[in-house]
Design a protein around this ligand. Structure first.
Ligand code: ADP
Ligand code: ADP
Ligand code: ZN
Ligand code: ZN
Length: 839
């Protein structure tokens, strides 16, 4: 049984005792785990690690804590469901440092997340150099987000947004009826404005460019808002006649020019979607008053070390450190008017540098305070939060972390382990879900969950000090931890041709040239911040898309407002494009932003399932077509929730939350639709199945079976078909995209670009993933993956090592070659780690 592997302890005081844990797939397990230790939870994806660490231990700690606070404060937390567990003893309060799922909702920056910006503002306010005669400014006035600080011209945005005829009417060959004025609202509002123009006598069926300049200007820019009779559904001639007869109108409509609509929506809407939509029709330029520095003149006139606060916020953290560091010891010339200034300077400088040291130790010295968090990877964000905790001096707390090594090169992982050790020696416990062997080896205690995923997992295979795991035959983790030779078998391939990038300038890349081999599997590696994403996910992808005339998906676009300034891409492709017919970007961006999209709909699998339901005798008798089985179409879906299965509950002062629909109980369908059964299961039952269950269930349906097979192969067998996109991690979203592409495969000459595809994968799952990637290459395609996993590097055909350092110290190709070439290179920080994985 589970208990037999537990060391017997008489002294239980140093332990957390868990009895009867049943959350998700956990099989009523008991275990004990030490406090004040680094405990690592291991096991294949879907085995139940997170259900134990987050769903049970963290959820219970949070529940107990929230019981002690007021109902009002309770609502400020993202509450976890109450866990299914009999009893937990000895559990300290917990802090979760989980990776962000889906898109982050709050807008923040590195400076605000770490609270370093507050300190810096204090420094400028109390210890800055003021121009003669200027009085002291409060700290808030150094923030562009306050009325005291914001530049009055651009309101702290640093950019001025305006509209032109070109920006609002992108295609002037269209008529107004054909939506020439693209910036106007769509649907009813758009129709309303068109009808008003008809009443006003404008020709809505003439191409825009043939309208008179005066008319075009009025429609786009007028401040007038005439209220006129509207005859909905009438032709222009009928409207004319109706006006003449003074016929009773459908209603009275108010006109709004396109500029007025865009500017008003931009300034006032609460909806990020609306704001994003109108931003498309605006042009932005740096604010001439503050020169893009976002603050008012008085604030910018205060300097420290010769820089204004915006310039300081735009330094990489490592440079910020070296700028502030001298003031920790430096005796500033005594200021007779402000004798306290020297002391304040030293105190704040000491605090700032101590915090910056932790960030640099965690490999984040290349970030700037101004960098907005949505442009960070989930791993970077988690390490930022971790660094903030290291300096918080809490003790007696459990930190629960989710794969903190994600996005880290092995050289960075060593720094991560030092930070974890510091938290531990500060008197805290660490519960970490991890796959990377270097982190697992560093553990004081391992909890191995398994043996497989979903219902085939959920047992505690082992709980104890690392060495003891070697005696557990069922553990898949054991093999990778203790066996020497776990190299992935591989026959090296030779490139078919080369894709040559020249003169790429972007972020920290300066006039960089890089050659990517075609027809093989390439990995791009380097420490965090060295420039891998800038080169691969940005420059390579954008240059290839440009040449192919393809665009990025709407889903992949980050909020236009998050970009400080539109990045211009410099560089070109010299050779190789003739070998690329298609680019497929398989990244970690969410596959959808609402619960409406899910695993089954995204992969196209659901179309086949719906057809199957429509082909049953019962459905045919009732004349139900495949559309009936879609929760996006009125016919078959639950009317109360419009097929979402959830209803949105608005909370005062808080982001809204989703709750299961009371009418369909979350099934998404109306009762009539649910009466149709395929092999005794309704369409809603199918959405509840895991990929593994469905694989068995649809064994007689080759198309569906094949799709499910591919999903299993990329390590997603444990996911439910109806799992909402909003609940998926970045790694899961990426593997779903990959599986979708694998189903379509076969055409050849495609370029696949992946971003750390092993995120969230156990070493055993990594092997499956590799064989899928190899299939793509064997079918005549090219795969380029940003990756840190040395087993994957060792199993690839070509390695490009970016570096040597991060930020300004990186951005170069240190070496490119076969894994063996790279492993021998003396300047490469990857070499030593890679060498261990080559036979
Ligand atoms: P791991 O962390 O080991 O990858 P998880 O604990 O996330 O595994 O998942 C274990 C099992 O519980 C899987 O079968 C998964 O599909 C299921 N599961 C996870 N989250 C939920 C949820 N919110 N609702 C229902 N089942 C879930
Ligand atoms: P890696 O992928 O190797 O971790 P990146 O390409 O993300 O590295 O980053 C390289 C450098 O470019 C870093 O100094 C980083 O701060 C900077 N950088 C990356 N993306 C952005 C961005 N969107 N805005 C500003 N700077 C960026
Ligand atoms: Zn300004
Ligand atoms: Zn419903």
């Amino acid at each position: 049984s589970d208990k037999s592997n537990q060391p017997v302890r008489s002294d239980r005081s140093g332990f957390v005792q868990v009895r009867g844990a049943r959350e998700h797939n956990l099989k009523n397990v008991d275990l004990q785990i030490p406090r004040d230790a680094l405990v690592v939870f291991t096991g294949v994806s879907g085995s139940g690690k997170s259900s134990l660490a987050f769903g049970t231990l963290y959820a219970e700690a949070q529940r107990r804590y929230l019981e002690s606070v007021s109902p009002y404060a309770r609502r400020l937390f993202h509450q976890m469901p109450v866990p299914e567990v009999d009893e937990i003893d000895g559990l300290p309060p917990a802090v979760a440092l989980q990776q962000q799922r889906g898109t982050p909702t709050t807008r923040s920056s590195v400076g605000s997340v770490t609270t370093l910006s507050n300190l810096l503002r204090m420094l400028y306010s109390r210890a800055g150099d003021y121009p003669p005669g200027q009085s002291i400014i409060y700290a808030e006035a150094f923030s562009p987000n306050t009325a005291e600080g914001a530049c009055p011209q651009c309101h702290g945005l640093g950019r001025i947004y305006d509209v032109t005829e070109q920006s609002m009417v992108p295609d002037d060959t269209l008529t107004i009826r054909e939506r020439a004025v693209a910036a106007w609202p769509t649907a009813w509002q758009g129709q309303n404005l068109r009808d008003i123009l008809t009443t006003l006598g404008y020709d809505v069926d003439k191409p825009w460019k043939e309208l008179s300049k005066k008319d075009r200007q009025w429609i786009l820019f007028t401040h007038e808002q005439p209220v006129v009779p509207v005859y909905a559904g009438y032709t222009p001639a009928e409207v004319k006649a109706a006006l003449k007869r003074k016929e009773e109108p459908s209603y009275m409509g108010t006109f709004t020019s396109a500029k007025r609509y865009v500017m008003h929506t931009f300034a006032n809407t609460q909806s990020a979607m609306m704001k994003k939509r109108v931003t498309q029709y605006m042009l932005s330029t740096a604010c001439p008053v503050c020169d893009g520095r976002r603050l008012r003149k008085e604030s910018l006139s205060v300097k420290f070390a010769g820089l204004d606060i915006t310039e300081m916020s735009r330094l990489p953290l490592a440079r910020l450190y070296s700028t502030i560091q001298p003031y920790v010891v430096k005796k500033t010339t005594p200021d007779h008017d402000h004798p306290e200034k020297a002391i304040v300077t030293q105190r704040i400088a000491t605090d700032l540098t101590a915090r910056l040291e932790v960030l640099m130790e965690l490999g984040l010295g290349y970030l700037t305070l101004e960098r907005s968090t949505p442009t960070l990877s989930p791993g970077e964000l988690q390490r930022l939060r971790l660094a903030t905790q290291v300096r918080s001096n809490l003790f007696g707390v459990v930190y629960v972390l989710d794969e903190p090594s994600a996005g880290l090169h092995p050289a960075d992982t060593e720094a991560l382990l030092r930070a974890l050790d510091r938290l531990k020696s500060g008197g805290n416990s660490l519960f970490v879900v991890e796959h990377q062997l270097d982190v697992i080896r560093h553990a004081d205690w391992i909890v191995d969950v398994g043996p497989a995923a979903g219902e085939h997992g959920g047992q505690i295979l082992y709980s104890g000090p690392p060495q003891g795991l070697s005696a557990i035959p069922d553990s898949l983790t054991r093999k990778y931890l203790f066996e020497e030779n776990t190299a992935i078998s591989h026959t090296p391939r030779t490139p078919r041709a080369w894709l040559q990038l020249k003169d790429v300038t972007r972020n920290n890349l300066q006039q960089l040239s890089a050659d990517f081999p075609l027809g093989v599997f390439t990995t791009v590696t380097g420490i965090s911040g060295s420039g891998k994403s800038s080169l691969v996910s940005q420059a390579l992808v954008e240059l290839v898309l440009q040449r192919l005339g393809q665009h990025r998906n709407e889903e992949d676009e980050t909020d236009l407002l998050e970009q400080e300034a539109p990045a211009t891409l410099e560089g070109y492709i010299a050779t190789g494009m003739e070998h690329i017919k298609r680019l497929v970007l398989v990244d970690q961006q969410p596959i959808g932003r609402t619960p409406r999209s899910n695993l089954a709909t995204y992969t196209g699998l659901f179309d086949h399932v719906r057809k199957l339901f429509a082909s049953t005798k019962q459905a045919k008798a009732r004349k139900y077509d495949a559309g009936r089985f879609s929760f996006n179409i009125a016919k078959g879906r639950c009317e109360n929730c419009n097929g979402e299965g959830f209803v949105m509950v608005e909370l005062l002062f808080l982001p809204s939350v989703y709750a299961p629909c009371p009418v369909c109980e979350g099934s998404r369908y109306n009762a009539k639709t649910l009466e149709i059964k395929y092999r005794e299961h309704s369409i809603a039952d199918v959405l509840q199945m895991t990929v593994n269950d469905a694989y068995a269930f649809f064994s007689e349906e080759p198309t569906i079976h094949h799709s499910l097979h591919v999903l299993k192969e990329v390590g997603l067998g444990y996911l439910r078909l109806g799992q909402p996109a909003t609940e998926l991690s970045g790694g899961e979203a990426q593997r779903i995209k990959l599986a979708t592409e694998l189903q379509r495969m076969g055409r050849g000459n495609a370029l696949y670009v992946l971003d750390e595809p092993t995120t969230g994968l156990h070493p055993a799952d990594v092997e499956k993933l590799m064989s899928q990637l190899n299939r793509l290459v064997d079918a005549g395609n090219t795969v380029i993956a940003v990756e840190h996993n040395m087993r994957v590097l060792a199993g690839s055909d070509w390695v490009i090592d970016i570096g040597p350092g991060a930020g300004e110290e990186g951005g170069k190709v240190v070496i490119a070659g076969t894994p063996a070439d790279v492993a021998r290179h003396s300047k490469s920080r990857t070499a030593a780690y890679l060498a261990r994985h080559l036979k």
